[in-house]
Structures are given as C-alpha cells and as structure tokens.
Design a protein around this ligand. Structure first.
Ligand SMILES: *[C@@H]1O[C@H](CO)[C@@H](O)[C@H](O)[C@H]1NC(C)=O
Ligand SMILES: CC(=O)N[C@H]1CO[C@H](CO)[C@@H](O)[C@@H]1O
Length: 334
C-alpha cells in the first residue's frame, strides 16, 4: 500500500475492550508462511526520530498471541531506517528504537514464529532515493548484525521501491544481501522487493524486476517478495475489488516468472475489503497460490496494528473488519 497520508489515532478505549472468544479454528498449514504485517513503528514518518507512544508504537504482543493461536507464523514489522540508524547509513543504531525492535522481535521468535525486519522506506533515506550502495550495504551489515544468531528473523531489504530507475533496483538489493551475509547472518531468509511498489501484476513488464533474477546469495535463501492488492489501481486504498477472480489473474504472470527462473516468492502484502466480491477474490488468489506452492511460500496480510482504527483491511483482534470477516474464510485455505 502506498498512499501518503495516514490517520494516526492514538489508542482509545476501544482497544482496552477484552477480546471475545471468536471460536476460529486454526489454519490448515498449506503454506510454509502465513501471517500479518504489524504496523506501528513506522508511523509518524514526518517525526524523526519521533517519540515512542506519541509518534510511533510497537504493536501489542497480545495480538501475536492471538494470531499464533490461529496458526499464523510470520509477522512483518515495518520500521524506519532513519529511526534505527539515524545519522548516516554507515552510522550506529539508536539504542532506544533498536531495543524496542529487539524486544518485539524476540517476543515473536520466542513463540516459534518468524519476524520480518522491514525497513519501510520505499528505497529512500531521508527522502532521497538511495544511490549509495556501499552505505546501504553498511546499513544492512549493522542491522542484520543484531540478529545474526536468530534464524527465525527474516531480512526484508526495503519496502516498495518506486520511481528510481530500473538499473538501480538489482544493485540496491544485492547490496542488502551482501551486507546481511557480511554480518555473519547466514541462516536467515532474505526477502527482496522490486520497483513499481513490488507489484506482482506488473512484475514481468518491469525490467528492473525481471533483472532481479540475477541476484546472488551464497546461502541461496533469497525470496522474491511481491505485493498484490485487488482494488482497481492495485494500490490497496479501496475496499472495492475489481472482480471475484482478480487475485489469480493478477499473479499469474509472476507465478510463471518464478517457475521459469526457478525462484521462490511470497505475497508480502495483500488485502481486500470485508465484502463478498473481495472475499471471493481473496480466496480465489489463495486457492491459485495453493496450486502453485512450488513457488509461493505464503502470504502476509496488510495489515494489523493498534493505530489503524476502523481500517478497511484491519486485521487487529478483536474487532478489525478483516479479523472478524476475512480471516475465518482464509484459515481453511492457508
Ligand atoms: C533515539 O530514538 C528515540 C525515539 O525512539 C529518541 O527519543 C531519541 O532522541 C533518539 N536518540 C538519539 C541520540 O537520536
Ligand atoms: C506501503 C505502505 O505501507 N503504505 C502505508 C501504510 O502504512 C504506513 C504506516 O503504517 C505508511 O507509512 C505507508 O505509507
């Protein structure tokens, strides 16, 4: 999702209401990974470094308990590069923010789930497209170094690069891979993203992305992360879906690309509104992915987090619209 504005609503009494028992069953575990983006630490991106509890937050661990209880096993944690390594990409970490991340990551991986560290920066640092690849490699060496010994952490190079020139994307992603491995983090998966907001539907017609097939990793654990929303412009800003089959239609070419290039992928963001067309579209996409689990490792819903308030795709227990209406339909398919 890539709209610029955000409704940041400070925690309200709504959040304090005790979770009713939903009676939801567990997922059937067709996919290696299935989970939710847990938003909060990247909020308030005009306030750098920002203040914990005012500009940004770490999502509640109770949500992790609830969703792990449903069999979900992967959580993507958007963070801001400027908050974790503030002075320059070659600098050192901000201890306050790094500690907050560490506590949250350790909680997730301590429950046996995977935690994706996701610099939610659109390939930009302080607003400028990143072109200093050595600096970006240093950034990742420092960040991955914090988690070198935790094999349940996944490194997501950068969220949704866009408008940056096709040639730059492979260089940027390779610098990330090299930085992670140089940190001695050798057991973890690395998720790479493409430009055009890493859209699955435009993957094969975006040369910067097809060129990502040539990325190399000595550990051979690269996963191609693509995003796919089901609204008309694919931006993830509307609760209306194009049709009940738009999901499989939009990921078909990317599926073939993964197969042809012998790669594996994950849908790192997807969503549709809580209505019957979108619900069919979501289950259609998941059914198609299930027929192609040789290349699709799973999916990660956008999004959860405590500050979304009545969000069209809200996956936050106990009352998020997707949590109550869409998750029950997905559990038998994932
Ligand atoms: C570190 O980040 C916190 C917010 O997480 C901020 O309050 C603090 O000023 C930052 N410290 C430095 C030295 O930038
Ligand atoms: C892609 C994306 O994440 N879009 C928005 C989603 O929400 C975050 C805040 O949680 C915004 O910063 C993004 O612009």
């Amino acid at each position: 999702m890539h709209f610029g504005h955000l409704l940041v609503v400070a925690s309200t009494a709504v959040l304090a209401v005790a979770a009713p028992s939903t009676g939801l069953k567990k997922r059937v575990k067709k996919f290696q990974f299935f989970g939710v983006n847990e938003s909060g630490a990247e909020f308030g991106n005009t306030a750098i470094p920002g203040q914990l509890g005012k500009d940004y937050t770490w999502p509640p661990t109770s949500t992790i308990d609830t969703l792990v209880g449903k069999g979900l096993n992967i959580f993507r944690i958007p963070i801001l590069m400027e908050r974790i390594i503030p002075t320059s990409m070659t600098g050192t970490v901000n201890e306050t923010y790094a500690q907050g991340l560490q506590t949250y990551v350790n909680y997730i991986t301590g429950k046996g789930a995977y935690a994706i560290v996701d610099p939610h920066n659109f390939a930009r640092y302080y607003g400028n497209v990143i072109s200093d690849y050595n600096g970006f490699q240093a950034f990742w060496k420092t960040l991955a170094g914090l988690y070198a010994s935790n094999s349940k952490v996944i490194f997501d190079c950068n969220n949704e690069p866009h408008d940056m020139g096709s040639a730059s994307v492979p260089q940027l992603m390779q610098a990330c891979i090299d930085g992670v491995r140089a940190a001695g983090a050798t057991s973890q998966y690395i998720f790479v993203e493409g430009t055009s907001y890493t859209g699955a539907w435009t993957w094969t017609t975006t040369s910067g992305n097809t060129n990502l097939a040539s990325l190399t990793d000595p550990q051979n654990k690269i996963v191609y992360e693509m995003h796919q929303y089901l609204d008309s412009d694919g931006s993830g800003t509307s609760a209306t879906c194009v049709s009940s089959t738009i999901g499989s239609e939009r990921i078909k070419d990317a599926t073939q690309w993964l197969k042809t290039n012998k790669k594996i992928g994950i849908i790192g963001e997807f969503a549709g509104g809580a209505n019957s067309v979108c619900e069919s579209a979501v289950t259609d996409m998941l059914t198609y992915m299930d027929q192609n689990t040789d290349v699709w490792l799973g999916g990660i819903w956008w999004g959860g987090g405590p500050w979304w308030n009545n969000y069209i795709y809200g996956m936050e227990p106990p009352s998020g619209s997707a949590y109550t209406a869409v998750l029950p339909l997905m559990l038998p398919l994932i």
